[in-house]
Unconditional design. Structure first.
Length: 456
């Protein structure tokens, strides 16, 4: 018998999580928009994405810092041999023996400062790459936010669908109970429109209704658990939807070309690829800059002092233990290698080409995804209209069959056939509404449509 097959399918639609639900007090009433805002606020994925942005920002700060002077300071404290001017005046003694009794202590401080002047793009290109890297991570964060919004739509509307299915099963169960009581009464009165087999059929259908009612309750519990988990709520939080019924929403359907163009202009993936290509291009230039030297302005300061060691004021004699030296110079630093720089340039160019392939993939597949969601929306809208008319007529059929049976004018099998058609058509109707709302949410995701309310 196919009385509740579609109901069973609909109970599972859009609900795929494993948390259990419990029921405390203090219910929290949330609309779809409220759920989206809460999910975006509590999502750990967005926290990770923000940390990626902070990391990229620190890389930009690091690249900027290379424009400023770099100071290196070294200090020493240790033993040094005693010395006097007599050791070099009137002649330099070259055979003075070392003695531990003639040892003193010295201290020194050496400082070098380098101010980069021109690096052939090493600094500027790395700054450019870091700047575009920040935009890449921002786009990635937006992409994750869009995925979260899409999931909230799925969970919220899945909860509404599960509740509609539960109400449908309760309605059918109530009709069957009343029909069973009426059939028993007619049988007791000796009516020829009812026999024992009709009672058995009614009891069998009632058992099936009870089974599907339990499945409906399970589906509702799973949907609630999914929504709680996505919103970051405790597992025992009581959550009520601001929308009581799964109602048809009025979504304006534009042309397919408009949606495709919006996707190309708004999708964070396209912005992410564009910024990524700029970043990789800058990294290629930065790697090429290693072929050239760094031009810098350097400064030197060196001081050392040792007791029991006389200072010699002669530019030809350098005493490392007792001196004072300072100066500035223009310099060039050039690191030559055999293949290392070329390999780095080739590696950065490979990453750039990889992103070009990713862009080609997105250009081909994003319009296909948009078209799929667009056709899903059109189909769901038409299905909603068709199933609504079908379920309303099936309802009239069921009401007529029940009324005829109550008056003893119709057989019980008419009730079975009418209820089967009614439950199937009404379940399909709510399933079409669910598909319609999900298709609209998917199309918003595919075109990066700004958040809009789907509440009536």
């Amino acid at each position: 018998m196919k009385l509740f097959v579609c109901i069973c399918w609909a109970l599972c639609a859009g609900v795929t999580i494993t948390h259990a639900a419990e029921t405390p007090s203090a219910p929290l009433v949330l609309t779809l928009d409220d759920c989206i805002r809460m999910a975006l606020k509590s999502a750990p994925e967005l926290g990770e994405a923000q940390n990626d942005i902070d990391l990229a920002t620190s890389k930009l700060d690091e690249a900027k810092s290379y424009r400023f002077p770099q100071l290196e300071l070294t200090t020493l404290l240790g033993p040094a041999p005693m010395a006097s001017r007599a050791d070099i005046d009137p002649k330099v003694l070259t055979d003075k023996p070392f003695s531990f009794n003639a040892v003193t202590w010295f201290t020194s401080a050496d400082a070098t400062i380098i101010q980069p002047l021109y690096t052939f793009g090493k600094i500027s290109e790395n700054m450019k790459a870091a700047t575009h890297g920040i935009e890449v991570d921002r786009s990635r964060k937006q992409q994750r936010a869009n995925e979260i919004v899409q999931k909230v739509h799925e969970y919220y509307n899945g909860l509404l669908l599960a509740r509609e299915m539960k109400e449908l099963v309760l309605e059918v169960e109530e009709i069957l109970i009343k029909a069973r009581e009426k059939a028993q009464k007619l049988l007791n009165q000796g009516s020829d429109t009812v026999d024992e087999m009709d009672l058995y059929k009614l009891d069998a259908f009632s058992g099936m209704a009870t089974k599907y009612l339990e499945e409906a309750k399970k589906g509702e519990a799973l949907a609630l658990a999914a929504l709680r988990s996505r919103l970051g709520l405790p597992v025992d939080a009581v959550l009520e939807t601001g929308t009581e019924r799964l109602a048809i929403t009025d979504v304006e359907i534009l042309s397919l070309e408009t949606y495709i163009q919006n996707a190309r202009n708004r999708r964070p993936e396209f912005h992410q690829i564009s910024e990524g290509l700029k970043a990789r291009s800058a990294l290629i230039e930065a790697a090429k800059a290693n072929y050239y030297p760094d031009i810098f302005l350097g400064g030197l300061f060196s001081w050392a002092y040792a007791d029991e060691r006389e200072r010699v004021q002669n530019p030809y004699i350098n005493d490392q233990f007792n001196h004072l030296v300072a100066g500035v110079a223009l310099g060039a630093r050039w690191k030559l290698d055999f293949g290392i720089t070329g390999a780095k340039v080739a590696g950065e160019r490979a990453q750039y080409n990889r992103l070009l392939s990713t862009r080609d993939f997105a250009d081909a597949n994003v319009p296909l995804q948009v078209k799929k969601f667009y056709l899903d929306l059109v189909e769901a809208k038409n299905s909603t209209i068709a199933t609504r008319n079908a379920y309303l007529n099936a309802k009239k059929w069921a009401v007529t069959a029940i009324a005829n049976f109550d008056f003893g004018m119709g057989p019980a099998k008419d009730i079975f056939e009418a209820l089967q058609a009614y439950s199937t058509m009404r379940a399909d109707f709510f399933k079409s509404i669910y598909n319609y709302r999900i298709a609209a949410a998917n199309l918003d995701y595919a075109t990066n449509e700004p958040l809009r309310s789907l509440e009536k």
